[in-house]
Design a protein around this ligand. Structure first.
Ligand code: AMP
Ligand code: MG
Length: 634
């Protein structure tokens, strides 16, 4: 039996990454892949099966792991390597477990073999790598022994001992190892065990290529399995965002497009009294003829605002106008056009003209007094202003406006009024963002174009974090981006860089930027103008609405496609379309032509987005597709 078949690999990715600005280290980009995927590539050839232990960003780790499992810790409130070792041992289907941290992509290709040799020779429970190191500040000092407890080969049978150790409340890996029989294995290449702790380390290693394995190439795979589905990204964002607390009370006319902070309780019945739904005659239903006809004498008139307060006797009725209060004793209104005959003050009614109780609007049937007229979280539209007014309420408490700062990144960008040199483009993203944010009712902070310079980017992000609830940037977040945007975002916050299964708009950065005591949510949108708009609508908009306290969802409707649409399964595509009414009266959509993510005219020309879902393939002309009307995207 080969050694490989006896060993399960465990990548420890459960740390907090504090030295890297609280980013999730294993997901940091390094030579075209995540650090964790480098470790996976190094570990896989040495073991029968691999698992990743992580306690956040699980879907992203799942994307790295492919078919292998991602194991979250369940030691509450403790995320150290021993928690990872525990779940790893519980999972371990083989007799041995080999651990490696997610931030050390350089370890030896024969790590398992050499640790195993010592384990056997010393009949140990665990074999651990050690190196001899020197203090760089004291070149003359003797080298010291450096253990690497996270690089260990351990027998799966130690699990009960580990659980007993954890039960005592102890959490240190070294402490647990003391309870075992440990074989130490000296490796002479200390650099192979070095880890990447800071962004500077990452950049340093990235530039000074050493013995790192080649990045697993995403090219050549069919649909990119590492890409995160749109719904997954939306869910992850939504999970983290919470509504702002603060609210303000405004006169009703200033509350349009704001989000209601508290329920509006109706102080009155609406309508306030039973009233007539028709112009006609109010009477007692019991007086209606069982057969033939019956004559009624009109004893008065009830107008809206001028009630008639006398109850009719049998055979009497009251002329009544729409909205007028139903006179006492009456419970039925005969619409005037249903009278068999009207002769002066006598109205003749046939036995089947109406049923008793008809044509009344009952008090409180629209809104009962004490009931919730409009629930908190509602984005107030014109109808809501009217409804609130109908209750006699003149002021409403709404959530405070969100402050959203935005800027564009890229050295090629020129602002309006500047000369457009060769190779430059006018910054359009700030204008679409301004429009979309303003429509959403945000207080916008336009921070202009920020040069691709670490200092300028850091200053912009810090300023934005001080001033705003959310920051929206465009450009510089794609994997191949040659600029500093990603590095600085990662440095200042807990930011995930996603590769999404969507088109347009593959890259997206999302996380929290921290500057001193202030923080703001960051949405790092791609650079291409259509991708910016689509990613804004799909990710930033729902998140901002959620922060605003609203749960408004985008509503798709259906239309028939006028032509064939090519679509690759495994990603969501948002194509721009023009919807119109076809000859048969049904909604029909055609595409706006070129669909490149830089072709902003497609957004301008189109009146909708054709949403082609993740699993969907080619669509034939005549089939029904989902569309998202731009008119609904306020
Ligand atoms: P990036 O993601 O930064 O590589 O940008 C992708 C593409 O979008 C490049 O062609 C950029 O020139 C373009 N782009 C980035 N930002 C803007 C902007 N604010 N306005 C117009 N085009 C932009
Ligand atoms: Mg750029």
């Amino acid at each position: 039996m080969s050694l490989k078949s006896k060993v399960t690999g465990l990548i420890l990715a459960g740390g907090r990454g504090t030295r890297m600005g609280r980013v999730d280290k294993g997901l940091q980009p390094f030579r075209g892949a995540t650090l964790a995927s480098h470790v996976l590539a190094r570990l896989s050839p040495q073991v029968a099966t691999v698992a990743i232990n992580a306690n956040r960003n699980l879907p992203q780790y799942q994307a790295v792991a492919g078919a292998s499992p991602v194991l979250p810790d369940y030691l509450d409130g403790f995320a150290g390597p021993l928690a990872g070792l525990q779940v790893g041992l519980q999972f371990c289907p083989t007799e041995l477990l080999l651990t490696a941290p997610c931030d050390s992509p350089f370890f030896p290709a024969d790590l398992a073999e050499r640790l195993y040799a010592a384990l056997q020779a010393e009949d140990a429970d665990l074999a651990m790598a050690i190196t001899m190191e020197r203090d760089p500040a004291q070149a003359d000092a003797a080298p010291f022994r450096q253990p690497h407890p996270v690089f260990s080969l351990v027998k799966a049978s130690v699990l009960p001992a580990l659980e007993a150790y954890l039960d005592t409340g102890a959490r240190r890996m070294e402490g647990f190892y003391k309870t075992l029989k440990v074989a130490e294995v000296l490796f002479d290449d200390a650099a192979a065990f070095s880890n990447i702790n800071t962004l500077e380390d990452l950049q340093h290693h990235d530039r000074n290529v050493s013995a790192a394995p080649a990045a697993p190439s995403p090219a050549g795979r069919a649909a990119d399995p590492a890409a995160l589905p749109v719904e997954e990204a939306q869910r992850l964002i939504c999970e983290r965002i919470t509504p702002v607390e603060a609210s303000e009370t405004l006169p009703l006319l200033n509350a349009l497009d704001r989000v209601l902070a508290t329920d509006i309780i109706s102080p009155i019945n609406v309508p306030a009294y039973d009233n007539s739904a028709m112009d006609g005659y109010a009477l007692r239903g019991a007086d209606l003829p069982g057969e033939g006809t019956r004559n009624f004498s009109v004893i008065g008139i009830a107008y809206a605002g001028h009630p008639f307060t006398q109850a009719p006797q049998p055979g009497e009725c009251i002329r009544i106008m729409t909205g007028a209060a139903i006179p006492p004793g009456c419970d039925t209104v005969l619409p005037q056009e249903l009278a068999a005959a009207i002769d002066g003050d006598t109205v003749t009614i046939a036995h089947n003209a109406i049923r008793a109780g008809a044509n009344l609007r009952r008090a409180g049937e629209d809104l009962p007094a004490g009931g919730i007229a409009i629930g908190a979280g509602k984005l107030l539209r014109p109808a809501d202003l009217g409804l609130i007014a109908s209750l006699g309420i003149g002021e409403v408490t709404v959530k405070r406006k969100l402050k959203v700062a935005f800027f564009s990144t890229g050295d090629e960008l020129r602002s309006l009024g500047e000369k457009l040199e060769q190779g430059c483009v006018y910054d359009s993203n700030r204008y679409t963002l301004f429009g979309m944010l303003t429509r959403l009712g945000c207080e916008v902070i336009d921070m202009g174009v920020v040069r691709d310079d670490p200092q300028a980017l850091e200053t912009a992000l810090r300023t934005a974090a001080h001033q705003a609830d959310a920051i929206i940037t465009s450009g510089g977040v794609s994997e191949g981006a040659a600029d500093y945007t990603r590095d600085i975002m990662a440095l200042l916050g807990d930011v995930a860089f996603w590769k999404l299964a969507m088109r347009p708009g593959r890259p997206l950065a999302f996380g929290k930027v921290q500057s001193g005591p202030d923080s703001a949510w960051l949405f790092g949108l791609p650079g291409n103008p259509v991708a910016v708009m689509v990613s804004f609508y799909m990710f930033a908009r729902p998140a901002l609405l959620r922060m605003m306290g609203s749960e408004a969802k985008l509503q798709t409707v259906q239309a028939r496609t006028a032509s064939n649409i090519r679509k690759r399964p495994g990603r969501t595509e948002y194509q721009r379309g023009i919807v119109s009414t076809a000859a048969d009266g049904a909604a029909q959509v055609r595409l706006t032509g070129a669909q490149g993510s830089g072709i902003l005219s497609s957004m301008s020309e189109g009146n909708c987005i054709v949403v082609l879902h993740h699993a969907q393939g080619d669509v034939a002309a005549g089939q029904i597709v989902d569309i998202l009307l731009f008119d609904g995207l306020t």
